[in-house]
Design a protein around this ligand. Structure first.
Ligand code: SAH
Ligand code: DHB
Ligand code: MG
Length: 219
């Protein structure tokens, strides 16, 4: 099976980098708490870290915290005084993530806000928060296009907007009656049609199967 080969290659890449004890402990605690294994892969975690450093991000907004795996990858790229806000609907996920962020030593620069992502985004706008240098969209899929629109309102020229799960084993390329896939399709179409950003959609294979990331930079 080709899938097995993708898994083998991600293991090979992970072995090159060696074990990151903090990230492994984060995943182990998430698993012990019964959370689904829907964090980004270790490879994509390294990609998020590289992207945040490339952008020189001082302010990061994440939508969808889960246990804080991607949060830690991003927060570790912040310079002294940098800030990350992560939005999470489930209080229990937020609580597990706060513990993981503390044990990772990044709790001083990260704030987790509990609530519906769209409500928290509206609250951030009312507060006059932002502009954020990097926005990572990775929560529930039906409102992805709305998350993108809110991300744009909280952006400035140069802001990098990244969105996870934009391929879903290629299901995005077919007709669907699945709300999540339909939400991603609306997001992908809105992204491609958005003149305020330069963007691309990249397929990724690895130990999480076949999925992908959208990358958009605000003009
Ligand atoms: N970014 C994480 C994975 C996030 S999984 C990582 O890679 O490590 C998606 C998360 O979005 C889950 O924790 C889920 O509870 C949360 N979520 C679901 N619906 C949401 C909503 N309406 N607003 C905010 N978060 C939501
Ligand atoms: C799934 C994967 C994700 O990365 C995510 O953010 C949400 C759901 C999944 O495989 O179901
Ligand atoms: Mg995801």
């Amino acid at each position: 099976m080709s899938e097995a080969r993708h898994v083998t290659v991600d293991r090979y890449i992970d072995a090159l980098y060696g074990t990151d004890d903090v990230l492994e402990a984060t995943l182990a605690r998430a698993d012990a708490e019964g959370l689904p294994s829907i964090n980004v892969s270790r490879s994509v975690g390294r990609l998020l870290h590289v992207l945040a450093l490339t952008r020189g991000a001082r302010t990061i907004l994440e939508i969808g915290t889960l246990a804080g795996f991607s949060t830690i990858c991003l927060a570790r790229a912040l310079p002294e005084g940098g800030r990350l806000i992560s939005l999470e609907y489930e209080p229990r996920h937020a609580e597990i993530a706060r513990n993981n962020l503390r044990l990772a030593g990044v709790d001083d620069r990260v704030e987790i806000r509990v609530g519906r992502g769209l409500d928290s985004l509206a609250e951030l706008e009312r507060e006059g928060a932002g502009p954020f240098d990097l926005v990572f969209i990775d929560a529930d899929k039906p409102p992805y296009a709305d998350y993108f629109a809110a991300a744009l309102r909280l952006s400035a020229p140069g802001t990098l907007i990244v969105a996870d799960n934009v391929i879903r084993s290629g299901k995005v390329a077919e007709d669907t009656d699945d709300d999540a896939i339909a939400g991603i399709q609306r997001f992908n179409a809105a992204l491609a049609a958005e003149p305020r950003t330069a963007s691309t959609i990249v397929q990724i294979v690895g130990d999480k199967g076949h999925d992908g990331l959208a990358l958009a930079v605000v003009r």
